[in-house]
Structures are given as C-alpha cells and as structure tokens.
Design a protein around this ligand. Structure first.
Ligand code: SF4
Ligand code: SF4
Length: 258
C-alpha cells in the first residue's frame, strides 16, 4: 500500500495513543493485551511532545485515544485538549467500553468529535449508561459509533512463527492501527505490548524514534518496508481464529508461550 503526501504530511488512515494500559474489563484475546499488562498512565506532556513532533509530517484522518480503558486516565480531558491543540487530525475519537462514561465532565464531551463504544456480550453495558451516552452525544454534538463485538480474534500466536512474512503481508492492521507511544511511532499496537508480555524489551524498539532529523523520510521507509517486524513472529495479524467473546476468569491473566 502506498502513502500519499500532502503539504509535507504523510496521509494515513488513523493514529492511536493508548493512554492507559489497564482496563476495568478483562476480555480474553484483548488485542492490546491489557489484562496481561501492568497498570500504566501516559503523562499528558509526553503525549503532547509526541504529537507535536508528528503533526508536521503525519496526517491521519482520525486520532484515537484508547487503552486499556481510556476513561480510567485521570487526565483524559487534558489529553484530549492537547491532541486538539496539536492539530494532528481533523477528527478526535475516544474508543471505550463505555462503563465510565457517566463520570465524564462536560469538558470531555465538548472537546470530542466522536466516541466509539465497544459492546461486549460478556459484559453488557447497562441500558441507563447507554442512554446517558446517547443523551450526552446529542447535547454536545458528538458522533456516536456503537461497535458490537460478539467475537474476538485470537491475535497471539500459540507458538512463535519461524517466518512471519505471510502473516505480515496479509495484515491489514499495519495500515490502519498505527500507534504513537513513548517517543516512537509504531506500525501497529503490538510491539510494545508484546515486549512487556514476552519479556523481550527489544520489541519495543520496533518503531520509528520521533527525535532526530528526516522524520518524514524515516516514517515513509518504515511504513512501506516489506520486511516483517520481529513482533509479527508472536502475532496472528489478521489470520487468527474467531472465538466467542468472554471475560477471563482467573485472577491474573496467564502469559502466552514465548
Ligand atoms: S474492554 Fe477493550 S481494552 Fe479492556 S480488556 Fe476488553 S478489549 Fe481489552
Ligand atoms: S505485529 Fe505484525 S502481524 Fe501483528 S498486527 Fe503488527 S504488523 Fe500485523
């Protein structure tokens, strides 16, 4: 897939920032591996620094704040305001399971363009909460997207692939799920999460460092590279089997084979 450039900015589908890693749910096959990660809260100043570096050279159609469960971030309104100030994207979205929406102040709804609420059969959102979200979206002219997720795709490879070329080549996530995290731009959300879960810190380096010169050139080279990431060895990309959505029952999530 090629990437166009307009006014010096690489045109992309979307960019995500996972502002927390923890969540109030524990979905089996959570694609961000939230149940297996330690709690983590992104500093708003770190997010602002990264978006300020990226905005002159990257133009995603939408910027998504997600997690984990992003509404658990105590400074989510500040994160949203900083994202707006960065002008990284014309649409500002929060992707959430919705349970904590009743806690959100007016400022949260005022700065948002869109909220995407994932609906899980194993953890149904109370009707009253959904009703409140609908009302707030109407009051503040926020676009609401409801995303039923009756099945989840297994994304963790049961055993690491010897050669991940096929997985990588067929993976649509590498074009649609770009992520910024801790001073790096990633092709997808997996490398830093897999690094933590597998105890392989080198995987967290599989992104473009935002510091330094020639950022647009380095991003383009990374986006169009034909070689799989090392992280792809531990991932099913978009080929994993679908399973009924369910919650983990154990107190701690077990770690995958590495
Ligand atoms: S709600 Fe989302 S982030 Fe939380 S465990 Fe489920 S899939 Fe993961
Ligand atoms: S790690 Fe590789 S296969 Fe998995 S989502 Fe990212 S690019 Fe796709």
């Amino acid at each position: 897939m090629g990437y166009g450039i307009h006014n010096g900015r690489i045109q992309t589908w979307a960019l995500e920032a996972h502002i927390v890693d923890h969540c109030n749910l524990r979905c089996v096959h959570c694609c961000t591996l939230s149940p297996q990660l330690a709690p983590r809260v992104v500093e708003p100043s770190t997010l602002a620094r990264d978006l300020t570096a990226l905005a002159p050279v990257l133009a995603p159609q939408v910027f998504k704040l997600t997690g984990g469960e992003p509404l658990l971030h105590p400074g989510i309104v500040e994160c949203l305001q900083l994202a707006r100030e960065s002008a990284i994207a014309p649409v500002l979205q929060v992707t959430t399971n919705g349970f904590l929406a009743p806690r959100m102040p007016d400022e949260f709804w005022r700065v948002l363009d869109r909220i995407c609420v994932s609906l899980y059969p194993s953890a149904p959102l109370p009707d009253a909460t959904l009703g409140l979200i609908l009302q707030r979206c109407e009051d503040f002219d926020v676009e609401l997207r409801l995303k039923p997720a009756p099945r989840f795709q297994r994304m963790d490879a049961i055993t690491p692939h010897a050669d991940a070329a096929e997985i990588f080549n067929g993976c649509w996530l590498r074009h649609r799920c770009h992520m910024v995290r801790d001073g790096r731009f990633f092709l997808c959300t997996r490398p830093p999460h897999l690094a933590d879960v597998h105890g392989r810190p080198q995987l967290a380096d599989e992104g473009v460092e935002l510091r330094g010169g020639q950022l647009q050139r380095r991003l383009l080279e990374y986006l169009t590279a034909e070689k799989p990431l090392e992280s792809c060895r531990f991932c099913t990309g978009s080929t994993g089997e679908l399973e009924e959505h369910r919650q983990l029952e154990t107190a701690r999530a077990s770690r995958p084979v590495s």
